[in-house]
Design a binder for this molecule. Structure first.
Ligand code: FPP
Length: 255
């Protein structure tokens, strides 16, 4: 049985998982860190860690669907990741193509809507084609929104938005006084996607690494010591439980 069939099967039990939580974050963002270290610990090539990482991602997608999370945004390849050896970059790109291809084949019934966020034009052509295909295929779904960040950098995204605003001002379509948060957000890659409620980073590292810099202004952070390939639904459940206890004030006073 394919992973996406499992999603469909598990969706039948969706209610059970939902009942475990008093409040589910609408949007969870994830920095899946530690694939390389997972492989190194076992004396395996880094690429094996990435493959295991892609399987962990599928498990987490299933869990989040089942829990009723509406948006899941995953940092799969940053604008800085091009600095890695070509062999690793190539392997990651092939893995991404494979991931999207399998999603297409096995998606029936999962209701997951896939969107890629980032500078897609800078990605290999084969991957770009898969992205267009899978986004179109899943575009009508209304279950979990799975956003995969590829060739994504928070600074690049902010610069992209600034340039778009500048073009609007220069062409007379926007007055400087009209530039506000709403206007700016509409120029981000994530336009239309609510800000993450919870950001999870694995592998014990505690930094944001150029991820969703604007969007995480009031996001709650949760760090997990496990390396990404070892992560499963139980870790996400733990993160949601911790999130429930947070007191979100957004700069205001406690209610
Ligand atoms: C961080 O581990 C992970 C990445 C840079 C890539 C993320 C990739 C995946 C989650 C798997 C592939 C995803 C899809 C959608 C197919 P690292 O390499 O930085 O690990 P290290 O810090 O231990 O070296």
């Amino acid at each position: 049985m394919g992973i996406w069939d499992s999603v469909a099967r598990l969706l039948g039990r969706k209610k059970d998982i939902k009942q475990e939580f008093a409040s589910i974050p609408k949007h969870i963002a994830i920095i899946p860190d530690g694939n390389g270290r997972w492989a190194k610990k076992r004396g395996l090539p880094r690429n094996v860690g990435h493959r295991e990482g892609s399987m962990a991602l599928k498990k987490v997608v299933i869990y989040c669907s089942e829990a009723g999370v509406k948006y899941l945004t995953v940092y799969a390849f940053s604008t800085e990741n091009w600095k890695r050896p070509k062999s690793e970059v190539d392997a990651l790109m092939s893995l991404l193509v494979e991931f999207l291809r399998n999603a297409e084949k096995e998606l029936d019934g999962s209701n997951v809507k896939i969107k890629v966020i980032g500078d897609v034009k800078g990605l290999p052509e084969e991957l770009q084609k898969e992205i267009i295909r899978v986004e179109k295929l899943t575009g009508i779904n209304n279950g979990l929104n799975l956003n995969i960040c590829l060739n994504y950098g928070g600074r690049l995204e902010l610069l992209h938005a600034v340039k778009e605003i500048a073009v609007k001002v220069k062409s007379g379509n926007l007055k400087i006084d009209e530039i506000d948060e709403r206007q700016f957000e509409s120029c981000l890659y994530t336009s239309g996607i609510p800000e993450p409620d919870l950001l999870i980073r694995t592998s014990g590292e505690q930094r944001i690494s150029n991820f969703l810099l604007w969007q995480c202004a009031y996001t709650e952070f949760w760090f997990i010591n496990e390396l990404w390939p070892d992560v499963n639904g139980s870790h996400i459940a733990e993160a949601i439980k911790a999130y429930e206890k947070r007191n979100r004030r957004f700069g205001g006073l406690e209610q």
